[in-house]
Ligand binder design. Sequence first.
Ligand code: AMP
Length: 190
Amino acid sequence: MVNLILFGPPGSGKGTQAKKLVEKYNFFHISTGDMFRYEMGNNTPLGQKAKEYITAGNLVPDSLVIEMLKQRVIQNKGVYGFIFDGFPRTIPQADALDKLMNSLGQSINKLVALDVDDQEIINRLQERAKIEGRSDDANVETVKNRIEVYKQNTTPVYDYYSNFNKSAKVNGLGSLDEVFDRICTELEGL
Ligand code: AMP
């Protein structure tokens, strides 16, 4: 089993690249952002709790995210491998993920981070807001907060996996196929 974390700031292309990786390698894709949007769309208790954080561009509390993630992993533990997209976003989440993987006799094989500068993120999310209608993309102040939260809370996760020689950075600029090829190169030999 190969388990991958697709990492990077909002708008770096994680979701798009995850879909291409699923087609090529048959991974099982878990996006915590998509899961929360589903919960909010169905107005579930979890969706109601998550909404205020997401709307403001803040992180949903670890306890809620970790519990939701655990259930999804355990329900699908027979798959070829997982792509985690948008998770882990904090050190406690990384810790919980490692423990969960361990309990299943698995581990995280690699974290691939998509490197995209701030101005490009803002431009991309403005475009995505027009297409997907996400309110957390449309508001520039919310986007700036998400970028700040990423730098403060989430980048330490990159260093956490670096300590195990598992982190790699790829240039997130260029065509979809160019970025995809760079990711695939990082997966060779896993
Ligand atoms: P995303 O689609 O991954 O950009 O996620 C959208 C929003 O969902 C984020 O801005 C957070 O508010 C929330 N979210 C998604 N994943 C997580 C996570 N792992 N930890 C905390 N909040 C999350």
